[in-house]
Design a protein around this ligand. Structure first.
Ligand code: AOS
Ligand code: ZN
Ligand code: ZN
Length: 399
């Protein structure tokens, strides 16, 4: 394999979410998965299995308080022993009664202060775990016209983000996630990339936009948003998943393989740009998965998700960029398009098997997982946890 390709592919990183390993899913029913992780320690064990088989997924995102522990030093050590690092810290300002009318945009100042205090606590968790990214998503919004003043809510969002931003240590980043709708159905306070971007620009250098693939209207060209934000130096990260109708329902690269390829293509173009800012931005993007598997076996689903990202990236790296530029320069619409399609249609599986051999991994991770007995072992050890709907509640922590 070509040395540049090998280098790029072995340096790829995909962060997996702790919440994807436990029982969580839709708001309708959460089906209990045999052997699903019961606490953060078991979630790290599962993530280590995904890392062991793929070699490109050492980071694990935490959700606070779901993953709250007394001793984060111990958690960091536990992760390191398994070849893992602590990724983005995700605060939770949406599961408590107080947040019925919003968190940082709540009309009640006391509630806003409480939300900001939690966000600041999460900055402390970042310091203790060595995490680089604070990843913010808000359920804030309104359900009816007139329910609250839209501009006041914008001001409250800006003020809250600014306070947290200014408390963050150098070298860290605040990732601001937007979402078209849900759970607020009339107006979501951070409703699209433009809203997130405006706040980021206003509050400071550490703030960057996070693009969750599930959070757009049908037909939105996400790769164009990616290109735009990269060029502005404000693309901070991704939440990868696939959607048919809304949110983080499906495994990334299942219903949207071409979209995922086009997104990776923009990132490859950005990483090779002559523009310094774009290049630096592309090199620092956090690639995270945000999926709540409901009917799929959890670890295998995560494994599949990481592998789908790997395939999309490999195909994007195969794009003949010189040929593409040439066709673009000549205004040759279809030749340019064919350059993209040639890469997209390439079967990269043999190449990736070769890569894994080079990386001392089993060339067939899914087969290796299925043959390895991990699922049977955790099913035996952990049993099947029933009950619980929607998002998990705060779990008892292991002392
Ligand atoms: C919610 O829709 C967002 O995608 C969040 O990023 C994420 O799902 C959440 O933080 C997990 O609770
Ligand atoms: Zn998300
Ligand atoms: Zn989502």
């Amino acid at each position: 394999m070509n040395a540049d390709l090998l280098q790029a592919l072995s340096a790829q990183r995909i962060e997996t979410p702790s919440w994807g390993y436990g029982n969580s899913g839709t708001r309708f029913k959460t089906f209990a998965a045999p052997g699903a992780a019961r606490d953060i320690w078991e979630k790290l064990d599962d993530a280590a299995e995904v890392q062991r088989l793929t070699g490109i997924a050492p980071g694990v995102a935490l959700h606070i308080p779901w993953d709250e522990v007394e001793d984060y030093g111990e958690l960091g050590k536990y992760a390191a022993q398994r070849g893992l690092t602590i990724g983005a810290i995700n605060p939770n300002v949406f599961q408590d009664e107080e947040y019925k009318l919003g968190s940082v945009t709540n009309p009640d100042e006391a509630v806003r202060e409480r939300a900001i205090a939690h966000l600041l606590d999460c900055v402390e968790v970042m310091k203790k775990t060595g995490s680089r990214d604070l990843s913010l998503w808000f359920a804030d919004g309104t359900n009816y016209a007139g329910q609250d003043d839209l501009r006041s809510r914008k001001h409250r969002m800006r003020a809250g983000l600014k306070r947290v931003h200014d408390a963050m240590p150098d070298g860290t980043r605040m990732l601001v996630e937007y979402k078209l709708f849900e759970p607020a159905f009339y107006a979501t306070d951070l409703f699209d990339w433009g809203a997130a971007y405006s706040h980021c620009l206003a509050i400071g250098e550490k703030a960057q936009v996070l693009v969750d693939l599930g959070h757009h209207a049908q037909g939105v060209n996400i790769e164009q948003i990616v290109a735009f934000l990269l060029d502005e130096g404000r693309l901070g990260g991704f939440h990868f998943n696939a959607r048919r109708y809304g949110d983080d329902d499906l495994i990334v690269g299942t219903s949207n393989p071409f979209e995922l390829f086009c997104i990776y293509a923009e990132l490859v173009f950005g990483a090779n740009s002559v523009d310094d800012l774009t290049r630096r931005t592309a090199q620092n993007v956090a690639y995270m998965i945000d999926q709540s598997h409901n009917i799929e076996p959890k670890v295998e689903a995560m494994l599949q998700s990481v592998l789908n990202c790997q395939e999309a990236y490999a195909k994007a790296l195969l794009i003949d960029r010189d040929l593409l530029k040439e066709a673009q320069g000549q205004g040759d619409v279809l030749a340019a398009h064919r350059v993209m399609m040639d890469a997209f249609k390439t079967d990269v599986r043999p190449l990736l098997m070769e890569l894994r051999v080079e990386m001392d991994l089993n060339p067939e991770p899914i087969q290796a997982y299925r043959a390895g007995g991990y699922q049977a072992k955790v099913t035996r050890d952990r049993g099947t946890q029933t009950g619980g709907g929607g998002y998990p509640v705060k779990e008892k922590v292991r002392s």
